[in-house]
Design a protein around this ligand. Sequence first.
Ligand code: MN
Length: 455
Amino acid sequence: MDLIIRNGTIVTASDIMQADVGIEAGKVKQIGYGLGPAAREIDARGQYLFPGGVDVHTHVDFALLGHRSVDDFYSGTVAAACGGVTTIVDYALPEPGQSIQETIETWQKKAQGKAVIDYSFHPAILEPSARIIAEMADAVADGYTSFKLFMIGLARFDELAPQYMKVMAQAGRLGALTNIHAEDQCLISYLTEQLNAAGKFGVRYFADSRPRLAEGLAVQRAITMARYAEAPIYLVHLSCEEALRPLAEARACGQIVYGETRPIYLHLSRERFEEPDGERYVGWPPLREASQMQAMWDGLRTDTLQTVATDHCGWTLAQKKAGKTVDELLPGMSNLETMLPMLYSEGVRKSRLSLNRFVEIVSTNPAKLFGLYPQKGTIAVGSDADIVLFDPHKIVTIRHADMHSRADYELYEGFQVTGWPAMTLSRGEIIVDNGKVLGQAGRGRLLRRQRFTVL
Ligand code: MN
């Protein structure tokens, strides 16, 4: 065998076991005792072995509101690897008139030669024309088995909603999952206009422009549309109980609908917008009241929510502060490197999540929902050897200077966490060893994904 990791504690979504892991040709070959010999051996005593994180919501090389994000597929995936994430699924957004295939090719050019970990794309649909709907079958056949819809202005959702229902229906027929950004643009537009007219510019008013009810309303609408389109849907970055309530109700009624939340809604609340440089925390949807953080933890524990994903998008603080009115503030932030340690420290250590549930929501569930399981998302014989050696006792104070994204500020500056990745393996190769990046640019592979299967 090429490599044996000895004496670690393997954690999957279902099991916790002390065993050795034997790796050959990039895959897990054996799990057991007394394995060997191997060309190389690693002693993981005192450490957890997690399957690498699967972050199914990233924008690592992206342009929005006239700005270009600062990470590319090298810096973005290095940040991911350093934080224990070994697979990303990035959103591929078309230019006007681009076909789905052209959009994927554009994104593949961004990733090729740069990515350090494996990756795939969700094609976004911004023009739900008959031509684009006809192209969806080829995309699914090529291994792009999920699509993204935005219920907001950039996709002209309110104007084109019946066409978007046809997109959902077609995705359902093809065995693909439709990912939905659910916020009600009518309310957002009206409230933004009111704020602007009153001279209420700036980040302290931002959360008022996109209230919880705007999210709840859109979630209800998306679920109802999906029900009549007979299509499974996946609601991205949910932030509040107004969103979780209709989701829980639909799931209880048996509808095939899933929910994702995002680290910022677990760790931060809207008071942050009052800070100097509060723009650093702007996302769509906004941070909510502190009470909502508990609602998100509860949603994860009770399976109303199935996944956590970062929505990573690295900007400079100057870019974040460039907008004047609430609708000009750039959404998104760098947070790929901190997702696992923050979730472990705040979730597992504080008994909000079990160790198994932690692995399930950051690795197993996203891999299953997006057609990557069991190649990704678990530690099992035959799976890719994407493994994080995680030191559960290491105390780290999060500092921008130690991070690998090209963003020039750190969201969690000064936060102290207990637990940090000691080593990250991708397909059996050590790509990060104690903070030292060993993986070469371009080693990451494009993943063709299986069709959606129910969770
Ligand atoms: Mn996003």
